[in-house]
Design a protein around this ligand. Structure first.
Ligand code: SF4
Ligand code: SF4
Length: 206
């Protein structure tokens, strides 16, 4: 598998990218993506169901769920994440072996201490699209809500918190700065489509 590792550089850096967000898995990182097998992985406490909003044609949007390395203090269902640090980050780097590490972590090419480092382009959302039904059913199982309701309520909470910080001159976190634009964009864009409905459309990933 394609991977980029530079232990020396990342050690000097101290894992700036891992402090920002847990990295994202690809479907091929799992032997099985049956609901019962995903539940076993989630129960180990190191993975969350997360995901990303995706725009397509005329600002319509969908949300594609995927699995990511859990962020410290994050819930099992962490759709609009507050970011890291990743739960696997230790003083001596990532506690996962290269074989256990999410593929998207291995696809970051260390080029600059302190980052940003080069992310090798990968259509993560598209790769996960065919598993959206099983992940949506698990979101329902854990939260008792439909995925779209969790997404909208989490984005609304983020917007309220960002506005409060701005009004009180409190600096925004990196992830808030990075995502603020699309939080507003997503809430303004209509309509929402289920991931199942967009499988054959051209998607623009955030
Ligand atoms: S930001 Fe770059 S150098 Fe730092 S830990 Fe991440 S990949 Fe390594
Ligand atoms: S799983 Fe490892 S490489 Fe990925 S963000 Fe966490 S600590 Fe970093």
């Amino acid at each position: 598998m394609e991977k980029y590792i530079d232990y020396e550089m990342c050690k000097k850096c101290g894992g700036v990218c891992c402090k920002q967000n847990g990295c994202v898995y690809l479907p091929k990182d799992f032997k099985s993506l049956e609901a019962s097998e995903i539940i076993k992985e989630l129960d180990k406490g190191k993975i969350s169901i997360s995901g990303q909003p995706v725009n397509f044609f005329m600002n319509n949007w969908t949300y594609i769920p995927y699995l990511r390395a859990r962020n410290k203090d994050a819930e099992i269902v962490d759709l609009i994440t507050n970011g890291g640090p990743c739960i696997n980050l230790t003083d001596s780097g990532c506690s996962l072996s290269e074989n256990e590490r999410p593929s998207c972590g291995l696809l970051v090419k260390p080029v600059k201490i302190g980052g940003p480092c080069e992310k090798i382009k990968k259509d993560v959302g598209i790769e996960w699209l065919e598993y959206s039904n099983v992940l949506e059913s698990l979101i329902k199982l854990y939260t008792n809500k439909d995925m779209i309701d969790v997404v909208v309520s989490q984005i609304s909470e983020k917007i309220v918190s960002i506005k409060k910080k701005i009004n009180n001159n409190i600096p925004l976190s990196e992830i808030e700065k990075l995502n603020m634009q699309w939080y507003y964009q997503i809430m303004a864009n209509k309509p929402y489509y289920e991931p199942d409905e967009v499988k054959n459309m051209t998607l623009i990933l955030h």
